[in-house]
Write a protein that binds this ligand. Structure first.
Ligand SMILES: [Zn+2]
Length: 258
């Protein structure tokens, strides 16, 4: 061990919180833009992967021009393209909408024969901390079936998200290992992000994935990270400034996410 590491160890143990507790400023969901703005077609990339990585190693979102689904796991930012294939994104790739956090599991729960979305909430209940705190959730396991979608890159003038998803490519995967990366967010965050569960899937080989629509998990492990703070970076563009975000429709959120 180097001298630097030894000093760091001493400082951390003086804090008295042990290795399990991450520093408080890392217990934040860092979000870029709002779901309301995305629904209204604000697809221009804002934050870079490099910037998002400074605020988290785990999360979901999309890319500039709505070019596929974003999934970040263990510090690597992936893009699931409209053909379902998974690609590592460069640090200068931009996102118009994303939520990330530094993932530290507070609770771990074994899972068996889980069907989502119908059985998801009941299965995770023993490890959840109520409905009013944001919780990052990572589920690793063996899947019998996964139904996922992605979204194709859009061109200006951008259509509304509710229109884009009408023709979204949907993929079905069978008998594969993989990871679900996502959040359960409080109902009062409606307008800002998706209330309830929202997962993106990637297979163990990091070859295919998508925004989760349905799945059957044979066996796996859920890790839950309670993240009690939220930081939102809003776009400063004239387009965002002039947008009417007062009216949001729950039906629209359901249409694009479920
Ligand atoms: Zn999604």
């Amino acid at each position: 061990m180097t001298r630097t590491c030894a000093v760091l160890l001493a400082v951390l143990s003086l804090g008295g919180c042990g290795w399990a507790d991450p520093p408080a400023d890392r217990e934040i969901v860092y979000q870029v833009s709002t779901l309301g703005a995305l629904l209204k077609g604000l697809y221009d990339g804002m934050a870079t992967v490099k910037e998002l990585r400074a605020h988290g190693d785990f999360g979901i979102g999309t890319f500039d021009a709505l070019d596929g689904e974003m999934l970040a796991d263990r510090g690597v930012f992936y893009q699931i393209r409209a053909d379902g294939t998974c690609h590592v994104m460069p640090r200068d790739a931009r996102s118009p909408f994303a939520a990330v956090t530094f993932f530290y599991a507070d609770r771990t729960l074994p899972l068996r024969d889980l069907v989502a979305p119908t059985g998801l909430d009941a299965a995770l209940q023993p490890a959840l901390s109520g409905v009013n705190l944001p919780q990052a959730i990572r589920i690793d396991g063996e899947f019998a079936y996964v139904k996922a979608r992605s979204v194709p890159r859009q061109t200006r003038p951008y259509p509304l998200l509710t229109d884009v998803v009408k023709t979204q490519p949907v993929f079905e995967y069978r008998d594969l290992r993989g990871t679900l990366v996502g959040f359960r967010l409080p109902p009062f965050l409606e307008g800002l992000n998706v209330p309830g569960y929202h997962f993106h899937f990637v297979d163990a080989a990091r070859k295919v994935g998508g925004h989760l629509l349905e799945c059957q998990l044979r066996t796996g492990t859920a890790e839950i990270d309670v993240t009690p703070s939220i930081q939102v970076a809003l776009p400063t563009s004239p387009e965002f400034r002039g947008l009417d975000l007062a009216v949001h429709s729950e039906a629209d959120v359901q249409r694009v996410e479920k």
